[in-house]
Design a protein around this ligand. Sequence first.
Ligand code: HDE
Length: 824
Amino acid sequence: MSEQATRAAKKAAKTPAAKAAKTAASPVDAAAKGRAGKAATSTSKAPAAKSAPARRPAAQAGAKQVAAAKAAPPAKATRAKASTAKPAKKAGSRSATAAVLEAKSRADRAAAAPPAPGGDAKALQLDAHRMVKLDTELTTDQGIGVEDTDNTLRAGPRGPSLLEDFHFREKIMRFDHERIPERVVHARGSGAHGYFQPYDTALAEYTAARFLTDPGTRTPVFVRFSTVQGSRGSTDTPRDVRGFAVKFYTDQGNFDLVGNNMPVFFIQDGIKFPDVVHAVKPEPHHEMPQAASAHDTFWDFVTLQPETMHHVIWLMSDRAIPRSFRTMQGFGVHTFRLVAADGTRTFVKFHWTPVAGVHSLVWDEAQKISGKDPDFNRRDLWESIEAGLYPEYELGVQIIAESDEFAFDDIDLLDSTKLVPEEVVPVVPVGRMVLDRNPDNFFAETEQVAFCVQNIVPGIDFTDDPLLQARLFSYLDTQLTRLGGPNFAQIPINRPLAPVRNHQQDGFHQDDIPVGQANYHPNSLGGGCPVVPGAGGGAFVHTPEHVDGIKERKRSETFSDHYRQATLFWNSMAAWEKEHIVAAYRFELGKVAHRHIRERMVEHLNNIDHQLAVAVAAGIGVPAPKPGRPNHGRMSPALSQASMPGSTGVVGRKVAVLVADGVEGASVESIQAALAEDGAVVELLGLVDGAVTTAAGDALPVTRAMNTVASVLYDAVVVADGEAAVEQLVNDGYAVHFVAEAYKHAKPLAVLGVGDRLVQAARLPVFEASDRITAPASKPSAGALDGVVFLAAGADADDTFLTELTTAIAAHRHYDRPVDGIAA
Ligand code: HDE
């Protein structure tokens, strides 16, 4: 199939009908079906879950609005939907009380409207705020038509500008104030819309939260992924924690689950947050380094605050450099509570598990990506959703009876530097979240979204975790400065779908018009409204709890162990994960100028594991320590990324095919078609952009020129066959480097026919260990051939080869290769 034909096929595959047809056969679906039996059962219970993915592309929305805009007089049609305009009030036709009772907010209308495909009531609500510019005429903010926006009003063509040029002054004033303060942490982020749907009613026993227990309800969500340290314009791929914040627009109000991609946190008490953040952010005297923990102040702080040791070892692991937002876990971190309808409470920990598996970059690659494409993760999220390859995560819960609060050795459930191993308390899958729509506008949605840990709905409650308690203050407080006043909950992306009625009023940016005389409670002039629904009326009720204690600044003794879970994490890693952790400590501490800080860290590592300390010390010029506290030997296999390969095969994997004039087109096209069919994104890279001429004389369009990208931006590389083509590739340093670098980063490689000459030119050890010249199609096996598949010259890319290739790509990386000697 030609490139164009493939593109056309892809386009066709994106139509809802084609998608529905593909649903049953798609790897995503097969995977979903293959997961917990719960999923399968609940899918059959919930008719909505069976339909085609709930995609509501911006283009469609746009088309609808263009039609609306066309129907209205152009210059006035700045809002998308005429229907959202307030109905003209008939003066004197209603009493004030009736007006109060009947006044409908946008939220009410959205709630009353029939759900959009996929139940996306939030998308409908946002419609009221979308401004479509197609087929309109330019106006000022006051709706006055603009005569000319290219020349200021002047006294003569060469004369001074005039103050009365209101259009110029307004335009520049608006430009001058386009920026708002970036988030003090998590400044760089990317957002997406989607929905959450529970599998079944299993949680009803534990919680009154309807969005968790009604499998027929799709609750709209907005998710923002972020890095922590860097400023808003920093790179996507530093070694860092990733934020994983989910706003559920439930019919009982907004619930914000503001989590991270690691299950523990640096500190135990929120009062230390400014310290840890100051330490990790760029140093105050010269504001360097940007988005990096590899500097003295961070390591000075953590080595003096040993409670950080567990989180720091996670930070040194591959979890800190996720391949994409689609392939990282999320955790609520704190222990929360579920509250049943009868008031019974249980402890709960929330987990998000990506259906695509947990996959990471390698550190050398992450650093290079920072230069080649600093938007790497953002682009991946955006493009996946645009292509209909919707990121999906399963929500799981660990449920712990209140009576078991003290049943765990070494773990205080209120200590956020500890996790509860899955082997001790299993993670029960309860539902899934699908991200199926990109925002229309980055600023309006992703930048203005305000997550608040305090946003909670009936059926969920907080615990006394001192980190959580501090967050309950901080998030509400920070939005005041960031979003310019107390009315930020009215910003469209933050508005709940549930109706909002209270007497809170005024302040900067009040967007609603409260109607009526009474703005206090109790009142009789406003019909006593809004009435307080009380406990029986679906209100949030703080469940009664006995509190007794001496007022003091004191940490609980049960928070005092800082090493044993770090040891558990270390013990649970695969060999390659351990190698990466050692390399990360060496890299980071190698950037620390003060020797005593390096030495202090080695002492801490010795408390985690002696071998780890010795290995790190050897790389940073610090003497090996004497054996420290013995390793307890316990493991939690679920902590290793190796335990989460994912179930979506090659869906969303990016594959580069290196081609040049004279390429054997048939094998390239069949591989391209087969991988695309399985959901991979295949790009043909030529030495220059345009098209190459195949050995048969046909034109084969290339996706882009090789030197505009790099191997680090792809998950796998295919080297095409063809004497003339390979001759050119072998003589192009960029192509040789492309292959060498991909191999060094443990990526799957497919070598077609004489393409092996490029692999030889890259001096890869594949050829020392292999007999492939005589045995063309060798099965991937551990060692130099791990993840490298061959196709004999002129051979068809048959099913056996394609299975080998897709298996190698689905495995993501092949870390058993000997790569130290490769110059790339
Ligand atoms: Fe945050 N954190 N945090 N944090 N956090 C913020 O809120 C804070 C903590 C997390 O995409 C800020 O709106 C304190 C843990 C995410 O908009 C701020 C403490 C976890 C996001 C704030 C913590 C997080 C934030 C900055 C210690 C994982 C990004 C801007 C008590 C469970 C949300 C803002 C988004 C953002 C304070 C600790 C996750 C300043 C005081 C633990 C994902 O309010």
